[in-house]
Design a protein around this ligand. Sequence first.
Ligand SMILES: Cc1ncc(COP(=O)(O)O)c(C=O)c1O
Length: 370
Amino acid sequence: MTEKREYTGDYPEKKLYIPGPTGVRDDVIEAMSEPMFGHRMDRMTDLYTTIVEDTKEFLGTDNDVIILTGSGTEFWEASTLNLVDENILVPTCGSFSERHANVAERLGKNVDRLEYEWGQAIKPEDIRETLESSDKHYDVVATVMNESSTGVRNPIEEIGDVVAEYPDTYFVVDAVSSLGGDYVDIDEHNIDVLFASSQKAFAMPPGLAVCTVSEDAYQREVEKDSASWYGGFQRCIDYYDRKGQTHSTPAIPIMLAYRKQMKYMLEEGHKGRSERHREMAEYTRNWAYEHFDMFPEEGYESQTVACIENTQGIDVAGTIEEVSEKYDMVFSNGYGSTLGEKTFRIGHMGEHTVKSIKELTDAIEDVADL
Ligand SMILES: Cc1ncc(COP(=O)(O)O)c(C=O)c1O
C-alpha cells in the first residue's frame, strides 16, 4: 500500500540527462501561465492550427498531424485499433517494442513477434523474409525507431521501403524518444503512422502526443469503420478540418508551451536539430569507448540516448545518486532488472549541447573516479 508523501515544492533544481522528460526552456515553461480560455473559443483555433501547421512544416510532411492530450502510449493503442483487423507484426528488440506488442495482444489482436536479442537492431531483410514467407496477411508492421531501453536506433527508413512493397500493410513507427532529435523523412519512406511524446527530444513538458497519419491510413480507417474513439484518426482529423480544434478538451497550457518551443524548433530546423544531436551522440560514444563500452550493436547507436555498458563494474545506482547530490544532474540507470547495473543511460536530447553533455561526463568521471 503506497502512503501519501506530501509534495512540498521545496526541491533543488536538477538538470535532466534522462531519456525523458528533458529540460524545458524557461520561457517555454512561462508560456503556460496565461489565463485560461475555452477550448471552443476562436483563440483555441488560433493556437491549435498554429501548432499543427508548424509541426507539419518542421517535419516536412504532407501527412496529417494530430496533437492530442496524452502521451505516446496513446498511439500504440489507437494505431492498433485503427489499423489492425487481425494480424500485426512487431519486431521486438527491447522493453518498449515488447510493450507495443503487449498492447496489441491486450486489444485482442494476433501478434507475431520477430524477436531480437536486446542490444541488437531490427534488420530490414528479416522483415522482408517474414512478409514474403508468411501465409498470413499483416495489417501492420510496427517498429520502434529508437529503443530507449537499449539505446538502439533501428533502420526504419529501410524497413519502410520494404513494407512499401506490400500496399495493404501499414507501417507504424514509434518515434517517441527520437523525433525532433533524429531526422526522419516520413513521406519518403512510406511511414503511415509515426508518433512521439512532447517530453523527449521536443523538449516540451509532458502531456501531449504527436502523430502523423498518411492519407492511406486515414482512408483505411474510414472504410473499416472500427477505430479508437479518443485516438481515432478520422475523428481527430475531421474535427481539425471542420473546426481547427480537438474533439475534446485539451491540455491548453501545454499547447501554449508547445507553440513557443515549436517556434525555436522551426528556427533550428529538423535537419539542424538532428545534426546537433548527432554531435552529442558522437561525443558521448567516444567518451564511453574511452572508459566503458557501448551496449548497442555497432552502427545502430541511438542519436538521443546512449546506453553504455558498465564494463568497469561501477556502482551505477550509487554514482547516479552522488552525481545528483553533488552536481544536481540526473542521468539514468539501465532499463529494468536485467540492465539496471549492467548498463547506464545518458539522454542527450532536447536542448542539450555537447558542452552540457561534457559537464555531465566530467561529473561522472569525478564521482566514479574514472
Ligand atoms: C520508445 C518509447 N516508446 C514509448 C514510450 C512511452 O511513452 P510515454 O511514456 O510518453 O507514453 C517510451 C517512453 O519512454 C519510449 O521510450
